[in-house]
Ligand binder design. Structure first.
Ligand SMILES: Cc1cc2nc3c(=O)[nH]c(=O)nc-3n(C[C@H](O)[C@H](O)[C@H](O)COP(=O)(O)O)c2cc1C
Length: 243
């Protein structure tokens, strides 16, 4: 089984998204999956120009010459794709949005009604990968994923995406904090992510017990905010008075 993760954080290898992804993919590899990670920040992906040439002039191919053709081949050749991306202003990063927009060559312009009763586009290819959504955000509560998750739910509702698992981590900045006190906590969370990766690779779904475990706060939200404010204060104290 081939799993390809597309990491849409501008921080690429240094991202909290990548910390989550590494643990998740490790679990998938435990179950025998072959995994690959693509950092969108390291690729050339231009904005979609809305010309629809990929539907009407060169069906299935975008006329823009950048890395997207190669990425769509990788996408199509995978059994599962992980769309991994932090929350930026309530939704996906610009990198991930460009990647999603530029995925429209995977669809055919004709319309069909989805299982949810909404008109969407016909899929160009018979076989498309199943999708896992993985994200973290700065604010502590899981409720902050409401809008982000509904964006992907929409893509699923119109028929172009089959979401098999969602992994969200509020208060995600804690993942990259290097502190002895936090080590056991973060180790425990990574172990849960690893279990999730294994389960998804084995069963193409997450059990109710693991879903519940993944949603639990790592530390109480008030405590997280207190520590975050101290962190900002420390950084701001270094700013020269004239700035
Ligand atoms: C431009 C920008 C917008 C952001 N918007 C939100 C937001 O709407 N909600 C939130 O909870 N966090 C927000 N954050 C915080 C990030 O989600 C947080 O820093 C996250 O840990 C970054 O993950 P990464 O290291 O994987 O890139 C924002 C960060 C940036 C830079």
């Amino acid at each position: 089984m081939k799993i390809t993760a597309f990491n849409g954080s501008p921080r690429a290898e240094k991202s909290n998204t990548q910390i989550m992804l590494e643990a998740f993919l490790e679990g998938a590899r435990d179950a025998g999956a072959q995994t690959e990670t693509v950092f969108l920040a390291k690729k050339s992906i231009r904005h979609c120009t809305g010309c629809f040439a990929c539907w009407t002039k060169t069906p299935g191919r975008c006329v823009l010459k950048d890395d997207m053709a190669e990425l769509l081949e990788l996408y199509r050749g995978s059994d599962i794709v992980v769309l991994a991306c932090p929350i930026y202003t309530g939704t996906v990063t610009g990198l991930m949005k460009d990647f999603l927009d530029r995925s429209i060559p995977l669809a055919d312009p004709h319309f069909k009604k989805s299982a949810q009763g909404l008109w969407g586009h016909v899929e160009r290819y018979e076989r498309l990968p199943e999708t896992v959504i993985l994200s973290n955000c700065g604010f502590p509560e899981q409720e902050h994923f409401r809008y982000f998750r509904s964006c992907f739910q929409y893509l699923s509702d119109i028929g172009g995406m089959k979401i098999i698992a969602e992994v969200y981590r509020g208060g995600g900045e804690i993942l990259s904090v290097d502190s002895l006190l936090l080590k056991p906590l973060l180790y425990g969370y990574k172990r849960t992510l690893r279990k999730a990766g294994r389960e998804v690779a084995e069963k193409r779904a997450l059990s109710a017990a693991l879903k519940e475990e993944l949603e639990k706060p790592l530390i109480p939200p008030d405590r997280y905010i207190e520590e975050a404010n101290k962190y900002w204060d420390k950084l701001l104290a270094k700013v020269p008075k004239s700035s």
